[in-house]
Ligand binder design. Structure first.
Ligand code: SAM
Ligand code: SF4
Length: 361
């Protein structure tokens, strides 16, 4: 087997290399993080882009076993922001020079939902002088819907693969038409074909997940030629089916460390993509997101959902910042990013460099 320093000098990582990097400790781990930090600076600079996150509804038609807002969780209060609240949040982002927002929700299909997003996109662009880039994260839709939303002004789309291992995917989702691995792949392909900057990601530290699965997830992202990635630790929620496996999980600290290593390895493998620092990191460590920025991530998503709703978008326990308003959230973030020796690029779209290069080939 190659030494860690030999692996870190090579241009193409194999599955075995990735597994070796995932198990690094001490000096080797330090070397991994130094390498990923250096590559980040070289390719995408020590710059962080803000995406104002609007969690506009927790109404969901699906039942993913890990997620606190799954359809069958009757213990949560469902909410749906009004169109005006959504547009106001977008205008807030624009005025504060975020340049970019993410609109995220539970997954709904059907014409009411599709038309609503369509109309919202048009209104947001009108009200912000077409200066705001919009990322959608509204689950699996058909190609025609993705095309319509792009025409109305969506630029990027986030759809996590959750796990690239079909067997593991099956264990995390109900066995029915709404939750098929093949549909997820098809949707990701449709996004890429439609011309979106396409983002995916996974959860780290899931029950039944192995290091080989994680290595394969990174290889999947490389093979798929993905433009953006958001991956974070899995955090259990007591009102979900996966909670029964809580005693079999890695400790939260181990999940946290593993996530940092995944971010660092991905930066080494895909040097010019956008990597988001997941909010779930902050649920474990108060400056968790800033730690990920230091070793490879370059996007952060301040929550700009009106404060009164944040508590109800609980995907997992200990979700951070649910009691802050949008101004508090961004002020506190800017200070912490400076601590991570990075700078926030306000007023810049922060498109994935990888996407731009791919499209000028
Ligand atoms: N409904 C859309 C979808 O599933 O793509 C977007 C919203 S969904 C809540 C966004 C992401 O939250 C999922 O892709 C999943 O990876 C993450 N998530 C859900 N439950 C989680 C948990 N318990 N711990 C960490 N992340 C979780
Ligand atoms: Fe719904 Fe997304 Fe949660 Fe699955 S992960 S239950 S689709 S909100």
């Amino acid at each position: 087997m190659r030494s860690i320093s030999a692996i870190l000098q090579s241009d193409f990582l194999t599955k075995e290399d990735i597994i070796a990097l995932l198990t690094t400790e001490g000096e080797d781990k330090k070397l991994l993080f130094e390498t990923s930090s250096r590559i980040k600076k070289q390719y995408v600079d020590d710059i962080v882009y803000f995406r104002g996150l609007i969690e506009f509804s927790n109404v969901c038609d699906k039942n993913c076993f890990y997620c606190g807002i799954r359809k069958d969780n009757v213990k949560i209060k469902r909410y749906n922001l009004s169109d005006e609240e959504i547009v106001n949040a977008a205008v807030f982002a624009w005025k504060n020079r975020y340049a970019s927002i993410v609109m995220q929700s539970g997954e709904l299909t059907g014409s009411t939902f599709v038309n609503r997003i369509d109309k919202l996109l048009k209104t947001i662009h009108q009200r912000t002088n077409r200066e705001l880039h919009v990322t959608l994260s509204c689950g699996e839709q058909n190609k025609e819907t993705y095309r319509r939303w792009m025409e109305s002004g969506a630029h990027r789309y986030l759809l996590r693969i959750e796990s690239s291992n079909p067997e593991l995917y099956k264990k995390l989702h109900p066995d029915d038409e709404k939750h098929r691995f093949e549909n997820r792949i098809k949707a990701l392909r449709a996004l890429q074909d439609t011309g979106y900057q396409t983002g995916t990601g996974i959860m780290i530290g899931l029950p039944f997940q192995t290091l080989e699965d994680l290595a394969n997830d990174l290889l999947f992202m490389r093979d798929f030629d993905i433009d953006m990635v958001g991956m974070g630790p899995y955090i259990e929620h007591r009102d979900t089916p996966l909670y029964q496996y809580k005693d079999q999980l890695l400790s939260v600290d181990e999940r946290f460390q593993l996530t940092l290593k995944m971010v660092a390895i991905l930066r080494i493998m895909m040097k010019d993509i956008n990597i988001a620092s997941a909010t779930a990191l902050q649920a474990i460590d108060k400056i968790g997101r800033e730690k990920a920025i230091k070793i490879g991530a370059n996007v952060i998503m301040p929550n700009i959902t009106p404060g009164k709703y944040r508590d109800d978008y609980k995907l997992y326990e200990n979700k951070p910042c649910t009691d802050e308003n949008a101004e508090d959230c961004s002020n506190c973030l800017e200070a912490r990013i400076a601590m991570a020796e990075n700078e926030v690029a306000l007023g810049e779209w922060g498109d994935s460099l990888h996407f731009r290069m791919r499209n000028t080939k």
